[in-house]
Write a protein that binds this ligand. Structure first.
Ligand SMILES: Cc1cc2nc3c(=O)[nH]c(=O)nc-3n(C[C@H](O)[C@H](O)[C@H](O)COP(=O)(O)OP(=O)(O)OC[C@H]3O[C@@H](n4cnc5c(N)ncnc54)[C@H](O)[C@@H]3O)c2cc1C
Length: 313
Protein backbone atom coordinates (compact mmCIF):
# COMPACT_ATOMS: atom_id res chain seq x y z
CA UNK A 1 0.00 0.00 0.00
CA UNK A 2 1.35 3.41 -1.01
CA UNK A 3 0.62 6.06 1.62
CA UNK A 4 1.29 9.80 1.44
CA UNK A 5 1.57 11.61 4.77
CA UNK A 6 1.15 15.39 4.62
CA UNK A 7 2.94 17.23 7.44
CA UNK A 8 6.19 16.32 9.22
CA UNK A 9 5.12 17.48 12.66
CA UNK A 10 5.08 14.86 15.45
CA UNK A 11 1.75 13.37 14.33
CA UNK A 12 2.78 12.91 10.67
CA UNK A 13 6.13 11.54 11.84
CA UNK A 14 4.45 9.05 14.22
CA UNK A 15 1.99 7.99 11.52
CA UNK A 16 4.88 7.40 9.08
CA UNK A 17 6.67 5.30 11.73
CA UNK A 18 3.58 3.16 12.40
CA UNK A 19 2.77 2.78 8.69
CA UNK A 20 6.33 1.72 7.83
CA UNK A 21 6.26 -0.71 10.69
CA UNK A 22 3.24 -2.29 9.02
CA UNK A 23 4.95 -2.58 5.65
CA UNK A 24 3.41 0.39 3.87
CA UNK A 25 5.40 2.41 1.31
CA UNK A 26 5.42 5.88 2.92
CA UNK A 27 6.36 9.36 1.70
CA UNK A 28 6.04 12.41 3.96
CA UNK A 29 5.43 15.85 2.38
CA UNK A 30 6.34 18.97 4.38
CA UNK A 31 5.70 22.53 3.17
CA UNK A 32 8.71 24.11 4.87
CA UNK A 33 12.31 23.41 3.82
CA UNK A 34 13.35 22.40 7.33
CA UNK A 35 11.46 19.76 9.37
CA UNK A 36 12.73 21.61 12.49
CA UNK A 37 10.85 24.81 11.56
CA UNK A 38 9.10 26.75 14.36
CA UNK A 39 5.87 27.64 12.54
CA UNK A 40 3.61 24.81 13.77
CA UNK A 41 3.06 22.92 17.04
CA UNK A 42 5.90 20.40 17.39
CA UNK A 43 9.05 22.53 17.63
CA UNK A 44 11.26 23.05 20.67
CA UNK A 45 13.17 20.67 22.94
CA UNK A 46 10.64 19.26 25.38
CA UNK A 47 6.99 18.38 26.06
CA UNK A 48 5.37 17.10 29.24
CA UNK A 49 4.40 13.46 29.47
CA UNK A 50 2.23 12.33 32.41
CA UNK A 51 -0.28 9.65 33.39
CA UNK A 52 -2.05 12.15 35.65
CA UNK A 53 -5.32 13.18 33.98
CA UNK A 54 -8.68 13.60 35.70
CA UNK A 55 -10.27 11.36 33.02
CA UNK A 56 -9.38 7.65 32.98
CA UNK A 57 -9.61 7.66 29.16
CA UNK A 58 -6.46 9.79 28.93
CA UNK A 59 -4.61 7.72 31.52
CA UNK A 60 -5.22 4.59 29.43
CA UNK A 61 -4.16 6.30 26.21
CA UNK A 62 -0.92 7.46 27.89
CA UNK A 63 -0.22 3.88 29.06
CA UNK A 64 -0.51 2.75 25.44
CA UNK A 65 1.70 5.61 24.28
CA UNK A 66 4.35 4.75 26.89
CA UNK A 67 4.68 1.29 25.34
CA UNK A 68 5.15 2.96 21.96
CA UNK A 69 7.75 5.42 23.22
CA UNK A 70 9.71 2.53 24.72
CA UNK A 71 9.53 0.60 21.45
CA UNK A 72 10.66 3.67 19.52
CA UNK A 73 13.79 3.86 21.71
CA UNK A 74 16.30 6.62 21.06
CA UNK A 75 16.21 7.83 24.65
CA UNK A 76 13.30 10.21 23.99
CA UNK A 77 11.76 10.12 27.49
CA UNK A 78 13.20 11.48 30.74
CA UNK A 79 11.40 10.47 33.92
CA UNK A 80 11.55 13.54 36.23
CA UNK A 81 8.11 13.06 37.83
CA UNK A 82 5.09 15.40 37.92
CA UNK A 83 3.61 17.74 40.52
CA UNK A 84 -0.11 18.26 39.88
CA UNK A 85 -1.59 21.32 41.62
CA UNK A 86 -5.25 22.17 42.23
CA UNK A 87 -7.25 24.62 44.40
CA UNK A 88 -8.93 21.58 46.11
CA UNK A 89 -7.99 17.91 46.59
CA UNK A 90 -11.16 16.66 44.85
CA UNK A 91 -9.98 18.23 41.58
CA UNK A 92 -6.77 16.18 41.41
CA UNK A 93 -6.33 13.09 39.21
CA UNK A 94 -6.09 10.61 42.11
CA UNK A 95 -9.32 8.67 41.30
CA UNK A 96 -8.41 8.21 37.61
CA UNK A 97 -4.87 7.13 38.54
CA UNK A 98 -6.27 4.66 41.10
CA UNK A 99 -8.66 3.23 38.50
CA UNK A 100 -5.53 2.24 36.46
CA UNK A 101 -3.41 1.22 39.45
CA UNK A 102 -0.92 4.00 38.64
CA UNK A 103 1.50 5.09 41.37
CA UNK A 104 0.96 8.51 43.06
CA UNK A 105 1.19 10.16 46.49
CA UNK A 106 0.29 13.40 48.26
CA UNK A 107 3.94 13.61 49.41
CA UNK A 108 5.61 16.04 46.96
CA UNK A 109 9.10 14.60 46.33
CA UNK A 110 10.69 17.87 45.17
CA UNK A 111 10.68 21.00 47.36
CA UNK A 112 11.93 23.20 44.54
CA UNK A 113 8.27 23.50 43.48
CA UNK A 114 6.29 25.72 45.85
CA UNK A 115 2.69 24.60 46.50
CA UNK A 116 0.56 27.73 47.23
CA UNK A 117 -0.97 27.93 50.72
CA UNK A 118 -4.30 26.16 50.86
CA UNK A 119 -3.72 24.37 47.54
CA UNK A 120 -3.68 20.58 47.07
CA UNK A 121 -0.98 18.68 45.22
CA UNK A 122 -0.04 15.18 44.16
CA UNK A 123 3.21 13.60 43.03
CA UNK A 124 3.12 11.20 40.07
CA UNK A 125 6.50 9.54 39.36
CA UNK A 126 5.88 7.99 35.89
CA UNK A 127 6.05 11.39 34.19
CA UNK A 128 8.52 13.98 32.99
CA UNK A 129 9.47 15.14 29.49
CA UNK A 130 9.51 13.85 25.95
CA UNK A 131 12.56 15.22 24.09
CA UNK A 132 10.45 16.59 21.24
CA UNK A 133 13.14 17.18 18.61
CA UNK A 134 14.75 13.77 19.22
CA UNK A 135 11.33 12.07 19.10
CA UNK A 136 10.45 13.53 15.68
CA UNK A 137 13.84 12.49 14.32
CA UNK A 138 13.46 8.93 15.67
CA UNK A 139 10.00 8.56 14.10
CA UNK A 140 11.33 9.76 10.73
CA UNK A 141 14.43 7.53 10.78
CA UNK A 142 14.55 5.79 7.37
CA UNK A 143 11.38 7.51 6.07
CA UNK A 144 11.38 9.40 2.75
CA UNK A 145 10.58 13.06 3.50
CA UNK A 146 10.06 15.62 0.73
CA UNK A 147 10.49 19.10 2.23
CA UNK A 148 9.53 22.40 0.60
CA UNK A 149 6.40 20.78 -0.87
CA UNK A 150 3.12 22.55 -0.02
CA UNK A 151 0.23 20.20 -0.84
CA UNK A 152 -2.89 22.08 -1.92
CA UNK A 153 -5.13 19.03 -2.38
CA UNK A 154 -4.84 15.28 -1.65
CA UNK A 155 -5.84 14.75 -5.30
CA UNK A 156 -2.41 15.89 -6.44
CA UNK A 157 -0.69 13.02 -4.57
CA UNK A 158 0.10 9.67 -6.19
CA UNK A 159 -0.89 7.34 -3.35
CA UNK A 160 -3.59 4.81 -2.37
CA UNK A 161 -4.28 6.72 0.85
CA UNK A 162 -3.40 10.23 2.04
CA UNK A 163 -2.93 10.95 5.75
CA UNK A 164 -3.47 14.63 6.54
CA UNK A 165 -1.58 15.56 9.73
CA UNK A 166 -1.26 19.25 9.01
CA UNK A 167 -1.85 20.68 12.49
CA UNK A 168 -3.42 24.15 12.46
CA UNK A 169 -3.73 24.05 8.65
CA UNK A 170 -6.40 21.28 8.66
CA UNK A 171 -9.33 23.68 8.15
CA UNK A 172 -7.70 24.85 4.90
CA UNK A 173 -8.41 21.34 3.60
CA UNK A 174 -11.64 20.56 5.51
CA UNK A 175 -13.31 23.71 6.91
CA UNK A 176 -15.88 21.54 8.74
CA UNK A 177 -13.33 19.86 11.02
CA UNK A 178 -14.38 21.27 14.45
CA UNK A 179 -11.06 22.78 15.52
CA UNK A 180 -9.74 26.28 16.21
CA UNK A 181 -6.08 27.24 15.76
CA UNK A 182 -4.71 29.62 18.43
CA UNK A 183 -1.32 31.27 18.88
CA UNK A 184 0.09 30.27 22.28
CA UNK A 185 3.12 31.57 24.18
CA UNK A 186 5.81 29.89 26.28
CA UNK A 187 8.71 31.50 28.17
CA UNK A 188 12.09 30.24 29.34
CA UNK A 189 13.81 30.85 32.69
CA UNK A 190 17.23 30.09 34.10
CA UNK A 191 17.12 27.41 36.77
CA UNK A 192 20.30 25.70 37.92
CA UNK A 193 20.67 22.20 39.37
CA UNK A 194 19.20 18.81 38.40
CA UNK A 195 16.21 18.76 36.01
CA UNK A 196 12.95 19.90 37.60
CA UNK A 197 9.81 17.77 37.67
CA UNK A 198 7.02 18.73 35.29
CA UNK A 199 4.19 20.76 36.83
CA UNK A 200 0.56 20.97 35.76
CA UNK A 201 -1.88 23.32 37.49
CA UNK A 202 -5.60 22.46 37.30
CA UNK A 203 -8.36 25.03 37.71
CA UNK A 204 -11.78 24.75 39.38
CA UNK A 205 -13.08 22.67 36.48
CA UNK A 206 -10.11 20.22 36.68
CA UNK A 207 -8.98 21.69 33.44
CA UNK A 208 -5.35 22.40 32.66
CA UNK A 209 -4.23 26.01 33.44
CA UNK A 210 -0.51 26.80 33.83
CA UNK A 211 2.28 24.28 33.24
CA UNK A 212 6.06 24.01 33.56
CA UNK A 213 8.74 21.54 32.52
CA UNK A 214 12.47 21.01 32.23
CA UNK A 215 14.22 22.79 29.38
CA UNK A 216 17.68 21.38 28.48
CA UNK A 217 19.01 24.81 27.41
CA UNK A 218 17.78 27.25 30.09
CA UNK A 219 16.49 24.90 32.80
CA UNK A 220 12.79 25.84 32.90
CA UNK A 221 10.01 26.27 30.30
CA UNK A 222 6.63 27.64 31.40
CA UNK A 223 3.36 28.16 29.55
CA UNK A 224 -0.23 29.35 29.99
CA UNK A 225 -2.72 26.84 28.56
CA UNK A 226 -5.30 28.37 26.19
CA UNK A 227 -4.19 31.95 26.85
CA UNK A 228 -3.67 32.72 23.14
CA UNK A 229 -5.91 34.19 20.42
CA UNK A 230 -7.37 32.65 17.28
CA UNK A 231 -4.88 32.72 14.41
CA UNK A 232 -4.15 31.85 10.76
CA UNK A 233 -1.15 29.49 10.76
CA UNK A 234 0.06 31.01 7.49
CA UNK A 235 0.70 34.28 9.34
CA UNK A 236 3.98 34.62 11.24
CA UNK A 237 3.65 35.99 14.77
CA UNK A 238 5.90 35.93 17.84
CA UNK A 239 5.15 35.42 21.54
CA UNK A 240 2.66 37.72 23.35
CA UNK A 241 4.33 40.08 25.86
CA UNK A 242 1.33 40.26 28.21
CA UNK A 243 1.22 36.45 28.44
CA UNK A 244 4.99 36.39 29.07
CA UNK A 245 4.44 38.79 32.01
CA UNK A 246 1.64 36.55 33.36
CA UNK A 247 3.90 33.51 33.02
CA UNK A 248 6.80 35.28 34.79
CA UNK A 249 4.56 36.18 37.74
CA UNK A 250 3.39 32.56 38.09
CA UNK A 251 6.96 31.28 37.78
CA UNK A 252 8.21 33.58 40.55
CA UNK A 253 5.44 32.29 42.84
CA UNK A 254 6.03 28.58 42.15
CA UNK A 255 9.82 28.29 41.52
CA UNK A 256 11.70 30.24 44.21
CA UNK A 257 15.09 29.10 42.83
CA UNK A 258 14.45 30.26 39.27
CA UNK A 259 15.67 33.62 37.97
CA UNK A 260 12.27 35.37 37.59
CA UNK A 261 13.44 37.33 34.55
CA UNK A 262 12.50 35.44 31.31
CA UNK A 263 15.54 34.68 29.12
CA UNK A 264 13.47 33.84 26.06
CA UNK A 265 9.95 33.30 24.71
CA UNK A 266 8.38 31.55 21.75
CA UNK A 267 5.01 31.18 20.04
CA UNK A 268 3.43 27.89 19.01
CA UNK A 269 0.07 26.82 17.58
CA UNK A 270 -2.67 24.90 19.38
CA UNK A 271 -5.34 23.27 17.18
CA UNK A 272 -8.17 22.65 19.58
CA UNK A 273 -11.58 21.01 19.84
CA UNK A 274 -14.09 22.32 22.39
CA UNK A 275 -13.55 19.37 24.77
CA UNK A 276 -9.83 18.81 24.02
CA UNK A 277 -10.61 15.46 22.35
CA UNK A 278 -8.83 14.37 19.13
CA UNK A 279 -10.19 14.19 15.58
CA UNK A 280 -9.07 10.90 13.97
CA UNK A 281 -11.27 9.85 11.04
CA UNK A 282 -11.31 8.57 7.48
CA UNK A 283 -13.14 10.25 4.59
CA UNK A 284 -12.79 8.11 1.47
CA UNK A 285 -9.10 8.07 0.44
CA UNK A 286 -8.15 10.62 3.10
CA UNK A 287 -7.34 10.05 6.79
CA UNK A 288 -7.61 13.17 9.00
CA UNK A 289 -5.40 13.37 12.08
CA UNK A 290 -6.00 16.44 14.28
CA UNK A 291 -4.89 15.38 17.80
CA UNK A 292 -3.71 18.53 19.59
CA UNK A 293 -5.62 20.85 21.98
CA UNK A 294 -2.24 21.63 23.51
CA UNK A 295 -1.75 18.14 24.96
CA UNK A 296 -1.26 15.76 22.02
CA UNK A 297 2.49 15.24 21.83
CA UNK A 298 2.75 12.70 24.67
CA UNK A 299 0.27 10.40 22.92
CA UNK A 300 2.03 10.44 19.51
CA UNK A 301 2.98 6.72 19.27
CA UNK A 302 -0.60 5.66 20.07
CA UNK A 303 -2.04 8.26 17.68
CA UNK A 304 0.38 7.21 14.93
CA UNK A 305 -0.86 3.64 15.25
CA UNK A 306 -4.52 4.68 15.13
CA UNK A 307 -3.88 6.69 11.97
CA UNK A 308 -2.09 3.68 10.44
CA UNK A 309 -5.11 1.51 11.34
CA UNK A 310 -7.43 4.00 9.62
CA UNK A 311 -5.16 4.13 6.54
CA UNK A 312 -4.53 0.41 6.16
CA UNK A 313 -7.97 -0.74 7.32
C1 LIG B 1 3.13 25.89 23.44
C2 LIG B 1 2.75 24.44 23.34
C3 LIG B 1 3.03 23.60 24.40
C4 LIG B 1 2.67 22.25 24.33
N1 LIG B 1 2.99 21.43 25.38
C5 LIG B 1 2.66 20.13 25.31
C6 LIG B 1 3.07 19.24 26.36
O1 LIG B 1 3.74 19.64 27.32
N2 LIG B 1 2.71 17.93 26.26
C7 LIG B 1 2.01 17.45 25.18
O2 LIG B 1 1.69 16.25 25.17
N3 LIG B 1 1.62 18.26 24.15
C8 LIG B 1 1.94 19.58 24.21
N4 LIG B 1 1.60 20.40 23.17
C9 LIG B 1 0.81 19.88 22.04
C10 LIG B 1 1.66 19.24 20.96
O3 LIG B 1 2.88 19.93 20.78
C11 LIG B 1 0.84 19.15 19.68
O4 LIG B 1 -0.35 18.45 19.94
C12 LIG B 1 1.57 18.46 18.54
O5 LIG B 1 2.83 19.01 18.35
C13 LIG B 1 0.72 18.54 17.26
O6 LIG B 1 1.49 18.04 16.20
P1 LIG B 1 0.96 18.01 14.71
O7 LIG B 1 1.91 17.12 13.97
O8 LIG B 1 -0.49 17.71 14.68
O9 LIG B 1 1.05 19.53 14.20
P2 LIG B 1 2.40 20.38 13.59
O10 LIG B 1 3.52 20.10 14.43
O11 LIG B 1 1.92 21.76 13.40
O12 LIG B 1 2.59 19.64 12.19
C14 LIG B 1 1.86 19.92 11.04
C15 LIG B 1 2.85 20.02 9.88
O13 LIG B 1 2.12 20.05 8.66
C16 LIG B 1 2.79 20.93 7.77
N5 LIG B 1 1.81 21.35 6.77
C17 LIG B 1 0.67 22.07 7.00
N6 LIG B 1 0.01 22.28 5.84
C18 LIG B 1 0.74 21.67 4.86
C19 LIG B 1 0.59 21.51 3.43
N7 LIG B 1 -0.48 22.06 2.83
N8 LIG B 1 1.53 20.84 2.74
C20 LIG B 1 2.62 20.30 3.37
N9 LIG B 1 2.84 20.41 4.72
C21 LIG B 1 1.90 21.07 5.45
C22 LIG B 1 3.25 22.07 8.69
O14 LIG B 1 4.27 22.83 8.10
C23 LIG B 1 3.72 21.29 9.92
O15 LIG B 1 5.08 20.92 9.85
C24 LIG B 1 1.98 21.75 23.19
C25 LIG B 1 1.72 22.58 22.10
C26 LIG B 1 2.10 23.92 22.16
C27 LIG B 1 1.79 24.81 21.00
Amino acid sequence: MKVAVVGAGVMGSAAAWALRDRGAEVTVYEQFDDVDHARGSSHGSTRIYRLAYPDEHWVRLMEEALDGWRELGGDVLSRYGLVELAPRRELLSAPALDSRGAEWTYEIADERVRVPDGWAALWQPEAGVVHADRARREFLRGVEVQTGVRVESPDELDADVVVLTVGGWITKFFPDVPVRPTRETVAYFEHDGPPLPSVVELNERSRHAMYALHDPVHGLKVGAHFAGHETDPDEEEGPNDEIVAQIAEWTAAHFPNANPEPVGAQSCIYTSTADESFVLERRGRVVIGSPCSGHGFKFAPAIGRRLADLALG
